[in-house]
Ligand binder design. Structure first.
Ligand SMILES: [Zn+2]
Length: 305
């Protein structure tokens, strides 16, 4: 059972927002593509796990856990009655080869890519220490799962913790053969891990951007277009014609604003400007007062979630 669902990673969200509001550099666009592909791979893996693993297991997706001033990330952690599985999901596509613990693309110029087993071993080691600290001595097994059916790895040693696309089903079935039940301690452990998850851990370096260089506006939720008209409490997209409440659109740009500028104060004027001065300050103030907490008074008031 999914005990902690996956959400879109913050880094990907930030890159998406920036992509629609400024021209990304070439390397930033490539990074966005890699993030998007990675996320799609994880969703694919989630689909497989939820259809194959039906027995007693707790699945915690997308954990960012602290240990001794380090933060480590786990794509999927599966708590089964006798074993804890750490899964690193990779959505690599194409042909690669393995040589002296390094991974290269088969196509010249044979660029080296980061060996996911190295990351996996680091996560496993930190996770083992953390679990010991939490009083658990469960057996841990960790695997890199390559989910893309178009992936081939040449010269890979047979004893590595790798699961290939054609083996995923068997691998997942092997997890749930046990007829044992999860005891209560494992639920307690899962809750502890969930509470330690820190989505705001400084785990990535966003591209540099300034408020002034970003395009302002109130994008449509369906097509991202900034062109719309308003009628009563509704916005009508001029590109895809979809209708949304103004309230929803205002809340959405407030979320984007806090995601991109967590250090800036949310005020009626700030959101008015962020929306390219297209929505009335009265409507903005009403939504902020309804959904956020008001701080300060009069012209100095601002809002917090
Ligand atoms: Zn639209």
């Amino acid at each position: 059972m999914i005990y902690k669902p996956r959400t879109k990673p913050r880094e990907l969200e930030v890159y998406h927002l920036l992509n629609s509001r400024k021209n990304l550099l070439d390397n930033e666009r490539k990074h966005l593509y890699a993030l998007q592909k990675g996320y799609e791979g994880e969703l694919l893996f989630d689909n497989l796990t939820s259809s194959v693993i039906t027995s007693e297991c707790l699945i915690l997706n997308d954990l960012l856990l602290p240990h001794n001033k380090n933060t480590f990330q786990i794509d999927s952690l599966i708590i089964a009655p006798e074993t804890i599985y750490i899964i690193e999901v990779k959505n690599f596509e194409g042909d690669y080869f393995y040589e002296q613990d390094r991974l290269y693309t088969r196509v010249p110029p044979h660029s080296e890519v980061t060996n996911p087993l190295i990351q996996l071993n680091r996560s496993e080691s930190l996770c083992r220490q953390l679990l010991q600290q939490l009083g658990s001595d469960m057996t841990i097994q960790s695997f890199v799962v390559f989910v893309n059916p178009e992936f081939t790895l040449y010269q890979a040693p047979i004893n590595k913790q790798i699961v290939y696309p054609g083996q995923i089903n068997r691998f997942l079935k092997s997890i749930h053969t046990s007829s044992l039940k999860l005891d209560n301690n494992l639920y307690v452990l899962a809750d502890k891990l969930k509470s330690l998850h820190n989505p705001n851990a400084p785990f990535y370096f966003p591209p540099s951007y300034q408020y002034d260089e970003l395009q302002k506006g109130v994008p449509c939720s369906y097509c991202d277009s900034l062109e719309f008209t308003t009628k009563g409490a509704y916005c009508y997209c001029l590109v895809c014609s979809k209708k949304e409440t103004m309230e929803k659109r205002i809340l959405q740009i407030v979320h984007h604003f806090t995601m991109l500028f967590p250090e800036m104060k949310i005020t009626t004027n700030a959101i008015f400007d962020w929306g390219n001065r297209k929505l009335s300050k009265r409507a903005i103030r009403r939504v902020l007062q309804k959904h956020l907490n008001t701080k300060g008074v009069h012209q100095w008031s601002y809002y917090e979630f």
